[in-house]
Design a protein around this ligand. Sequence first.
Ligand code: AHR
Length: 522
Amino acid sequence: MARTLRRVAAALLLSATSLAGVLTAPAAAQTAATTAVIRGDTPAPVYDRRMFTQFAEHLGTGIYGGLWVGPDSPIPNTRGFRNDVVGALRDLGVPTIRWPGGCFADEYHWREGIGPQSERPTKINTHWGGVTEPNTVGTHEFMDLTDQIGAEAYVAGNVGNGTVQEMAEWVEYMTAPAGSLAELRARNGRKDPWKVPFFGVGNELWGCGGNMRPEYAADLTRRYATFIKAPAGTRIMKVAAGANVDDYRWTETLIREARGQIDALSLHYYTIPGGWPPRASATQFDEAGWAETLAGAVRMDDLITRHVAMMDRHDPEKRIWLAVDEWGTWYAGDPGTNPGFLRQQNTMRDALVAAIHLNIFAKHTERVKMSAIAQMVNVLQAMILTDDRRMVLTPTYHVFAMYKPYMDATVLPVELKSPFYNKDQWTMPAVSASAVRDKAGVVHVGLANLDPNRAQTVSATLRGVTARGVSGRILTAPTMNALNNFDAPNTVAPARFTGARVNGGTLSVTLPPKSVVMLDLR
Ligand code: AHR
């Protein structure tokens, strides 16, 4: 009961704070339409393309099977990476990939993943299922993957049980133009240094990365970050291991004590209906399960606001990024799968979770320049699921594809006045929205209707936006738990949207229940 009351209070607080008091009262709102002002006249900072970063951990079939099948596999591949998955990720324009973990990174020793594959040691993946880790995919293979996808590397270093020297030498191995480690790299097949634009100074130091206190983590971060040295003429952004959910003391301590050594601070927040440990089904849920999950996603807005407030105290110039580099849904594993593999199906509910997050991030682009959904393939809220030679694109993949025009586009603030959607103790704004103007001048408006039962009408005043016409795409489905599987891969797929009009400076939209819509205004 106490838990329930806390949830209600939290949900109400979040709804009220997230839109700065412009929401209508819940009771009166059931039939009210949404109104909005799209502020093309007061543009906000760019929606950095790194907001679409992906996370690929040595976990379950995220790497082996999902991405890597080996050069001798009958599954079509390029130097071991499956062509179908790489092609789909390339289509998505994945800008950055975080690797090798996660908790896996906290025990990863890079030297075990270089040299002839047959000579690499087999280790136990202690975090994820206790299975063997062959180290077949190491630094060279990961960098090849980034090249094949067209992404940049975000390499996560081992602060957990690795030494400063080991971390410094990994950076040198990857980036140095000359010296013994550069020669070793060349002998292993790569003469030119790689670019490593982002390097993680550990992962979850409060948990699997060492169960540290923030003061100790801050000191270690200062020390390890000192020895991450970029060769002349290059830059490596150092991402410190940030807070879990609402641990604002962690954020404040890290930013206060280590701001001189870091360029970004991470935040991890998962949407976990039913709480920790994850126990809810990814596919079998009722409307309360829908509402609880979406309320959990909406919470991201408040979390970011509060973490940013901590950062603002010690970094008022906003030099240091907040990198939300793990987010997404976390359910019980699919029936029959290894619980340590975090394999979960992905439904229309996950599509809404993705759109809610991507819209929230638009409100915080002054500080949030990177986010990484967890994870890319076969793990948690994945873009792609594979089963041997088969591959399916999830509803979350389709949302990411719809939001692709947001990459490096200028955010146009959206002032939103939305009715509430209520179910049991869960209360949240029914409509989620964001807007950007791309480099060609096209305005893109991302909308989501969280209500699974009622359509929402949106009337948006366009201020500083001149548009003669609107086109769009929609992702929706007849049921909340509609999904794509290997037998029916296109059950949830984007379609042309005809429910929007532009007339005299007003954009009018009718959003069907449980839908994500992306509009292009020209
Ligand atoms: O994404 C799964 C795990 O969640 C990551 O390894 C860890 O960083 C987080 O706890």
